[in-house]
Design a protein around this ligand. Structure first.
Ligand code: HEM
Ligand SMILES: *[C@@H]1O[C@H](CO)[C@@H](O)[C@H](O)[C@H]1NC(C)=O
Length: 323
């Protein structure tokens, strides 16, 4: 009996504590050490959005690309040096942005509380603020990440999912980071904001495979539109919005687009076409608020991937260079 109640007590404590904790991270980590940290990040994001309403999407993607290569350790922010090509200069990070917003927040935070707030946490806060600004959904970000000292371009392609991955490859890629198939489908909803370079999908329009020049899973009308925006062999590599209807709103329109064969990337469309993920797409299309809740939870989950905490890593003074 004593054993049983000890056991129940143990379970109870775990259950009470778990909502605020994501692994070793903690909501409000800077409450005492730097109480204005999260507000400063929000101001920097809002300032960027006032100048460019498209500024949120890069911040959401930045957090994803940070977390999938060496964990959420700010490695994506480091600049290349004489002897080293950094992650941000890999082709796998084509179109990556948002660095100026992070720099702006970091400078203001350093002025207020030097050597205290990690760049990796600033990226996580900024992604959250980008989600709130475009999707209106709010969530708390557990923090306490520390910054890594290594950033290698050569690690990017092998860790990030590719735009021509099929459902099984996407599932395996996310599973390697501890994220479920459902998390993968839920997070892909981020592709309801922002845009993609034509080079990421023109193969679907002009040279799909030996038997079909155009991807048969692509709605023909949408393909026609994309061909006007992305001319064959054009010298430039223009960008087009993931969601032509509401490109600046983070919502479940993405899943409706997939159902009508209007997924921009091959890796988007397969989520509807593959039996393993189709049910999640349907569910997210039919239940927008359930998707939004899951999206927030999945962002927090993604934000805990392979984090450095405690005495590991460092608090960088400048997000672009190691101390
Ligand atoms: C599931 C596998 C995924 C693949 C294959 C993928 C691939 C891509 C590609 C190719 C682009 C276009 C980049 C460009 O040409 O500029 C892009 C953009 C973007 N991705 Fe993903 N992505 C995936 C998942 C995610 C996740 C999990 C998130 C965040 C939670 C995300 C957020 C974004 C955002 C917001 C953009 C637009 C960025 C901008 O407008 O600057 N993606 N993604
Ligand atoms: C080309 O793609 C279509 C549609 O996915 C498929 O049915 C066909 O078998 C493919 N052809 C080749 C040669 O791979």
């Amino acid at each position: 009996m004593a054993n049983l109640s000890a056991y129940l007590g143990f379970v109870l404590v775990i259950c009470l504590v778990s909502p605020a904790i994501s692994g070793p991270l903690k909501v409000g980590f800077y409450q005492k050490k730097c109480p204005s940290a999260e507000a400063i990040v929000r101001e920097s994001v809002q300032k960027a959005l006032a100048a460019d309403p498209g500024a949120a999407a890069p911040l959401i993607r930045l957090h994803f690309h940070d977390c999938f290569v060496r964990g959420c350790d700010g490695s994506i922010l480091l600049d290349s040096t004489k002897g080293n090509t950094a992650e941000k200069d890999s082709m796998g990070n084509l179109g990556i942005g948002g660095f100026e917003v992070i720099d702006d927040a970091k400078a203001k935070i350093e002025a207020r509380c030097p050597n205290t707030v990690s760049c990796a946490d600033i990226v996580a806060f900024a992604a959250r603020d980008g989600v709130r600004a475009t999707g209106g959904l709010r969530y708390d970000v557990p923090s306490g990440r520390r910054d890594g000292r290594v950033s290698l371009a050569s690690e990017v392609i092998e860790n990030l999912p590719g735009a021509f991955f099929d459902a099984a490859q996407l599932e395996a890629n996310f599973a390697k980071k501890g994220l479920s198939l459902r998390d993968m489908v839920t997070l892909s909803g981020a592709h309801s904001v922002g845009d993609s370079h034509c080079s990421q999908f023109t193969k679907r329009l002009y040279s799909f495979n030996a038997t079909c020049s155009q991807d048969p899973s692509l709605d023909p009308g949408y393909a026609r539109l994309l061909k006007t925006e992305c001319p064959r062999n054009g010298p430039a590599d223009p960008t087009v919005p993931f969601d032509p209807v509401t490109p600046k709103v983070l919502d479940n329109a993405y899943y409706h687009n997939l159902k009508s064969d209007r997924g921009l990337l091959y890796s988007d469309q397969v989520l509807w076409d593959a039996p393993s993920t189709r049910g999640f797409v349907k569910d997210n299309a039919n239940h927008p608020s359930a998707w939004a809740r899951r999206f927030a939870a999945a962002m927090v989950h993604m934000g805990s991937v392979e984090v450095l905490t405690g005495a590991r890593g460092e608090i960088r003074r400048s997000c672009r260079v190691v101390n």
